[in-house]
Design a protein around this ligand. Structure first.
Ligand SMILES: Nc1ncnc2c1ncn2[C@@H]1O[C@H](COP(=O)(O)OP(=O)(O)O)[C@@H](O)[C@H]1O
Ligand SMILES: CC(C)(COP(=O)(O)O)[C@@H](O)C(=O)NCCC(=O)O
Length: 315
């Protein structure tokens, strides 16, 4: 039987098995081709993971989106104006290398298969990082990913524009290859049904370093997800991904990390651990982990990336 939550907890707790059962009524049949598409997102992703974790999640989100759309109709009836439909915004937060982009891409693919919200856009907050030139001027190149490395005002303005139903809203683009903002490039969002915003700091609400700020990114979220795992596992995933990149994308001529290609495996592990210990680890502990309980849903992963527990906020 499904647990209804621990006493005094703001969350309903589910084991993987309990959560997987909630897929039951999902009127979504994935064909072989769909499955192949999803495998393309990440070849390490198991099909059981999609069925047990992400299908129930897409069903929950489908119900929430439908409820939000009805609520807009109620407001419009009250105001006597024609129905407006604004994008439903889902925020996905968590550490570097915990699997945010994989989660976001699976959800984008699954949610776009529902007929009532076929247009699902994915935006990452790295586009709102200050360009390296600005980070260098401010002496914070080593703080990339920390709250002060983002143009928060621009990100808030972007979301306000999307949420107000503006026809076209542009977002700047970041390249992991050049490790910098791509000058002059924009990603345009055109009134989709759902926007998934994925990034390290999406659940933050106030930081002394940011000065006075009354509106936060999370104010625009209709739903939010935190991808969680043991810090030691995340560090290992970071190092493993770094080694994969050393043998693939870092080899590209325009890669900022090209200098790492000739490192021995041992040296590369040392370098990845240094970056983790100096940047991504402290950022996780100081800024990201403290925001976990602001999320409406927490996906807790085991050491093999499988989600072993799910927590859904009841209040
Ligand atoms: N569900 C998953 N199953 C297996 N491997 C995964 C899964 N999610 C992420 N990974 C692996 O973990 C690493 C980090 O994932 P990624 O989605 O790039 O993280 P983030 O966007 O949080 O930095 C990658 O090497 C990715 O292949
Ligand atoms: C670009 C990132 C800050 C992530 O940005 P996000 O889209 O999560 O806002 C991060 O992946 C990063 O590059 N951090 C700097 C340290 C490092 O090279 O790992």
């Amino acid at each position: 039987m499904r647990k209804t939550g621990y006493k005094n907890s703001r969350y309903i707790h589910f084991s993987r098995e309990e959560w997987a059962e909630l897929r039951a009524a999902t009127p979504l049949v994935l064909g072989e081709e769909d499955l192949a598409d999803l495998r393309g997102i990440n070849e390490k992703l198991s099909l059981d993971e999609i069925a047990s974790v992400y299908l129930p999640l897409s069903r929950l989100l489908n119900l929430y989106v439908a409820a939000a759309q009805s609520l807009y109709k109620v407001t419009d009836t009250f105001l006597g104006s024609p129905a407006t439909k604004v994008p439903y915004i889902v925020g996905i937060g968590g550490s570097v290398a915990v699997g945010k982009s994989t989660t976001a891409r699976i959800l984008q693919a699954l949610l776009s298969r529902w007929p009532d919200h076929p247009r699902v856009d994915l935006v990452t907050t790295d586009g709102f990082l200050y360009p390296n030139r600005v980070l260098e001027e401010r002496g914070i190149m080593h703080r990339k990913g920390f709250p002060e490395s983002y143009d928060q005002r621009r990100l808030v303005r972007f979301l306000a524009d999307v949420k107000s139903g503006k026809e076209e809203v542009g977002a700047p683009v970041y390249s992991h290859l050049t490790y910098d903002i791509v000058p002059g490039e924009e990603r345009v969002v055109r009134q989709p049904d759902i926007v998934i915003l994925e990034g390290l700091n999406v659940l933050q609400s106030g930081d002394p370093g940011l000065g006075k700020q009354s509106t936060f990114v999370s104010d625009f979220f209709d739903f939010s997800i935190y991808v969680d795992a043991d810090v030691r596992d995340i560090e290992r995933w970071y190092v493993e991904r770094f080694l994969t990149f050393k043998n693939t994308v870092f080899r590209d001529e325009s890669s900022y990390f090209r200098r790492y290609v000739d490192l021995t495996e041992e040296e590369a592990i040392e370098e990845a651990e240094r970056i983790w210990n100096e940047i991504n680890g402290p950022n996780l502990r100081q800024n990201i982990l403290p925001t976990r309980e602001r999320a409406q849903l927490i996906l807790e992963k085991s050491s093999r990336h499988e989600v072993r527990k799910v927590r859904l906020r009841k209040i």
